[in-house]
Write a new protein. Structure first.
Lengths: 111, 116
């Protein structure tokens, strides 16, 4: 059974700083996904990582996937206040279309 | 535009009543939809897979008699919370996979249920 964990659970950082959110998963996952959620809202897709070594970047966010280590990272570069949100990674158990979400990381960027 | 809609967006009900939440696919037919529950400040937990024309598949620990799922058409799945109690208060989100496979997943806007 696929389990997905993230750390840290909470992250408070100053604007302009860099930080990394880690996502570990327990068994084989065909893919790894990153989502953003603003308070009271549904999910916004950020990245889809399809294979070992995949790296994707969008603005100040960069995601990577290491399937051998069962680890994905979401790196934040020069954080800005608008990045404050909760970030979830999710795995996809082999042979299914369902997602198993990580515990989430609540990010607060301080001005 | 939106691919998935949910109705209602918010609902408040009294303890002991039943509440129905609708999830509609707006752009294409969906044989499979997923229902998630999210308690405040927690992650999304998959409740069940809704299958058009057959019984839903529930995740371990989810009471199928309490959370009734009906996927009667290719564009509509409903989740009925029966005999709701305050501990059922949560954010319920449906999703459906895109036509090309699991990599594209469309999430609904969510339904906030508050049980008094």
């Amino acid at each position: 059974e696929l389990k997905v964990e993230q750390n840290p659970l909470f992250l408070s950082m100053q604007e302009g700083k860099n930080y990394t959110i880690y996502c570990n998963y327990s068994t084989t996952s065909d893919r790894l996904y990153w989502y953003r959620q603003d308070p009271g809202k549904s999910l916004e897709s950020l990245f889809v990582l399809l294979s070992n070594g995949a790296v994707k970047q969008e603005g100040r966010l960069m995601a990577s996937l290491d399937t051998k280590a069962r680890l994905s990272t979401l790196h934040i570069t020069a954080a800005v206040h608008d990045l404050s949100a909760t970030y979830f990674c999710a795995g996809n158990p082999s042979g299914t279309y369902k997602y198993i979400f990580g515990t989430g990381t609540r990010l607060k960027v301080l001005a | 535009g939106a691919v998935v809609s949910q109705h209602p967006s918010r609902v408040i009900c009294k303890s002991g009543t039943s509440v129905k939440i609708e999830c509609r696919s707006l752009d294409f037919q969906a044989t499979t939809m997923f229902w998630y529950r999210q308690f405040p400040k927690q992650s999304l937990m998959l409740m069940a897979t809704s299958n058009e024309g057959s019984k839903a598949t529930y995740e371990q620990g989810v009471e199928k008699d309490k959370f009734l799922i009906n996927h009667a058409s290719l564009t509509l799945s409903t989740l009925t919370v029966t005999s709701a109690h305050p501990e059922d208060s949560s954010f319920y989100i449906c999703s459906l996979p895109g036509l090309a496979g699991p990599d594209t997943q469309y999430f609904g806007p969510g339904t906030r249920l508050t049980v008094l």
